[in-house]
Design a protein around this ligand. Structure first.
Ligand code: NAI
Length: 255
């Protein structure tokens, strides 16, 4: 990876994959502006419109209006409307809101964190509301339908694919990608694994023949590459880093 120092913005920087990515990039000599709902340089609640606006305002002030990459990592698995608000609208607001700050970079990059659950069962009505409705409609739907977390991640990967080639992104030379982790040993997973039935269901739903659940460092390495100068030609992709779970679930018929 290049040695030239870059400025990165990472949401979800206080824990798990976000914290690991921040540490990795800092160890490589880069500047990282960490954002989170707690314990971060920029404290903002990405579950609300006011918090999302505050993220952009604070990052603009701290960075002086120029950054090299944005990594939308913050996410929750709480079910219902909070999951929709953070995982989908929070991530998109991060990418769209900070995009203007990327324009002064000579190698701007944007990455989000989707999930292996983006290829799990989902709810069609919620997916349509996310992709083509309003936040109010999607939040209402999320009160009553199953598979909310998986649906937010599917919608996020779809959003990346829908937008990557637009004038604002490819037209401005900004690669826009996502990663889809399998099971990663973070606070989020620990909370879910505390409950034996949930643990069983999640493990069965995400089989990982290659190495099983892993430490966040592996996801951080991939995020760091996608956000680096080296990634000049990959865009619109969701890269599975999942020990083979996507292959187990979807097989070879995706081509
Ligand atoms: P984590 O719980 O360790 O970290 C998530 C971070 O997001 C926390 O620091 C939390 O404070 C922050 N956050 C939560 N709500 C927020 C809000 N409203 N505003 C701002 N920040 C907020 O979880 P982990 O595992 O590191 O998750 C990172 C991303 O990876 C998430 O998008 C998650 O959905 C995704 N993911 C995680 C997997 C896993 O097995 N751990 C698997 C696939 C995807």
């Amino acid at each position: 990876m290049s040695n030239s120092s870059r400025t990165y913005v990472i949401t979800g920087a206080a824990s798990g994959i976000g914290r690991e990515t921040k540490q990795l990039l800092e160890s490589l000599g880069h500047r990282v502006i960490g954002a989170d709902i707690r314990d971060a340089e920029v404290v903002a609640d990405l579950g609300t419109p006011a918090g999302r606006a505050s993220l952009v305002e604070q990052v603009t002030a701290i960075s002086g209006g120029a950054i090299d990459a944005v990594l939308a990592i913050a996410g929750v698995d709480l079910g219902g409307p909070p999951t929709v608000a953070v995982n989908y609208y929070g991530a998109i607001a991060t990418l769209e809101g900070l995009r203007p700050l990327l324009l002064r970079s000579n190698a701007p990059r944007a990455v989000a964190v989707s999930s292996i659950t983006s290829v799990h069962p989902y709810n069609d009505q919620l997916l349509n509301a996310l992709l083509d409705g309003t936040e109010a409609i999607a939040l209402e739907k999320a009160e009553e339908v199953p598979f909310v977390y998986a649906t937010t991640k599917r919608a996020l990967s779809r959003w990346i694919r829908r937008n990557a080639l637009k004038a604002e992104w490819a037209g401005a030379n900004i690669p826009l990608n996502a990663i889809a982790p399998g099971l990663v040993k973070t606070e989020l997973l620990k909370r879910l694994f505390d409950e034996p039935e949930t643990r069983k269901r999640i493990s069965a739903g995400t089989p990982m023949p290659l190495g099983g659940p892993y430490e966040p460092r592996a996801a951080a390495e991939l995020l760091a590459w996608l956000a680096s100068e080296q990634n000049g030609h990959m865009t619109g992709q969701t890269i599975f880093i999942d020990g083979g779970a996507d292959v187990m679930i979807r097989g070879d018929s995706v081509w």
